[in-house]
Ligand binder design. Structure first.
Ligand code: BG6
Length: 474
């Protein structure tokens, strides 16, 4: 990779990210089964509705299932090179435990990936982005059951073989470290995370880690050219003060996420986690076959990045700030979004360096963006637009910090901004929390034409891509 002072490396992949359950809609079309995402009709922290009942936005999403050609045409016009999407496991195996996949579900992604290929866009595909067949949650209790490893492996093998000529970049589980904070969202385990037995939760985590390694092994066998990554929610943790107790608390909290990258990159459990299990009396079932499988490490690490956190050992200073799925100690030096997420572009440079120092693995930033309320207004040319300078400022500031990290020597593969087309929010199930550079006319009550409009950020990002980042420095 060649670098210059104002551009990004040659081959840096610019793109956007979406997830099936938040954009596709068509919740039951072509024999798709219910997924756990359907059951969270009111968002990640709402009640679990089995079967899903009443109106919920994800049932129709932004109708990407029927409009993907139109959407890809717009993204091609924007100039993106990579599109992160996910496959809805419940389209391929509606119940999750069948032997034979659903041909109609496979056919949908055949068409989608044929279209990305036709448009010259590289797909980056997540196997499980906060969803799994709902039946696996109700009949097996989700990932606490070891049999899910084999179900996931069968699903992974099926889609790897089917799409091996069209998809090169794969991710196993979206934000795998969030399982601990939202167990139904991440692992199909019902109940309040604080009340679920720790041993059950960690056993589910172990099963996912083994499944991720097994999928990586299978993927490399199916096509040795695959690049397979893990995906963690990346939020570095700063000590609130230089008090040594706060520094240690920050280290401990940081490891809640780093642990997942440690296992994916190093192929074994780190000592600090074995100590934790010992001290908590958590006795996991880890077979020697599991240990063997964990050695199948990933090719790269991917992260979402929205915020940093602080940590303190002093309960009196523990003022909480909202975050992505979890909350944490508020950083007094940072501003926050309308949803209370603290904004810290420099934290992205920090975590990229931290991860690269730790593993020397290439890193892909597969989510980053600003959830904000947008106002659609006439564009003066007979259509509509959004003047989203706030979003441009946010993304530009983060991209400049990625550039800094690259100058620091970090190998960054690319950047896919989150929700490049407006979609349904994961935590709150709202449309009004918008991330896109493309506006979708749909409201929280489900009204709207679903028409797409280019926001100001559309043209801005088009320029960033066309100049390989140099326009950020003009
Ligand atoms: C990440 C998820 O946690 O953050 C996405 O991978 C999610 O699915 C994104 O949409 C933004 O969160 P939210 O709650 O604003 O949609």
């Amino acid at each position: 990779m060649n670098k210059n002072d104002y551009g990004f490396p040659d081959g840096f992949l610019w793109g956007g990210a979406l997830a099936a359950n938040q954009c596709e809609g068509a919740a039951r079309e072509n024999d798709k089964g219910w997924s756990t995402a359907d059951a969270l009709t009111q968002g990640v922290f709402g009640p679990v509705s089995i079967p899903p009942e009443g109106f919920y936005l994800k049932a129709e999403g932004i109708d990407f299932y029927h409009r993907y050609k139109e959407d890809l045409a717009l993204l091609t016009e924007m100039g993106i090179q990579v599109l992160r999407v996910s496959i809805a496991w419940s389209r391929i195996f509606p119940n999750g435990d069948e032997e034979i996949p659903n041909e109609a579900g496979l056919a949908f992604y055949d068409q989608l990936f044929a279209e990305t290929e036709r448009q010259g866009i590289q797909p980056l595909v997540t196997l499980s982005h906060y969803e799994m067949p709902l039946h696996l949650a109700t009949a097996y209790g989700g990932w606490q059951d070891r049999r899910l490893i084999d179900f996931f492996a069968r699903y992974a093998q099926t889609v790897f073989e089917r799409y091996k000529d069209r998809v090169k970049y794969w991710l196993t589980f979206n934000e795998i470290n969030m399982v601990l904070h939202a167990p139904f969202n991440g692992a199909g385990i019902q109940g309040d995370p604080k009340e679920i037995d720790k041993g059950v939760l960690w056993q589910a985590v172990h099963h996912q880690l083994v499944a991720s390694a097994l999928a990586t092994k299978i993927g490399h066998e199916v096509n040795p050219d695959f690049h397979i990554g893990c995906m963690i929610a990346g939020s570095p943790v700063y000590p609130l003060t230089p008090a040594p107790e706060d520094v240690l608390e920050a280290m401990r909290k940081d490891r809640d996420s780093l642990f997942f990258a440690d296992v994916h990159a190093r192929g074994r459990y780190p000592g600090y986690m074995l100590r934790y299990f010992r001290e908590q009396g958590i006795d996991l079932e880890i077979t020697s076959e599991d240990e063997e499988l964990l050695h199948h490490t990933v090719d790269f690490i991917s992260i979402s990045y929205y915020m940093s956190y602080c940590a303190t050992a002093d309960p009196a200073k523990n003022i909480q700030s909202m975050g992505n799925i979890m909350s944490a100690v508020k950083n007094p030096y940072l501003e926050e979004s309308a949803w209370g997420w603290q904004i810290d572009p420099k934290g992205l440079r920090y975590i990229l360096n931290q991860l690269y120092d730790r593993y020397q693995f290439p890193i892909f930033i597969v989510e980053n963006g600003l959830g904000a309320r947008d106002t659609l207004m006439p564009d003066g040319q007979g259509s509509f637009t959004v003047e989203d300078d706030y979003r441009i400022d946010y993304v530009a500031a983060h991209l400049r910090q990625i550039h800094e990290a690259i100058q620091d020597g970090v190998e960054v593969l690319g950047y896919t901004t989150w929700g490049i087309i407006d979609l349904v929010s994961n935590t709150s199930n709202q449309m009004s929390k918008r991330y896109g550079f493309i506006y979708v006319d749909r409201n929280d009550d489900g009204s709207g034409s679903l028409k797409r409009y280019k926001k100001k950020s559309f043209g801005w990002y088009q320029q960033v891509i066309a100049t390989n980042g140099a326009s950020l420095f003009r």
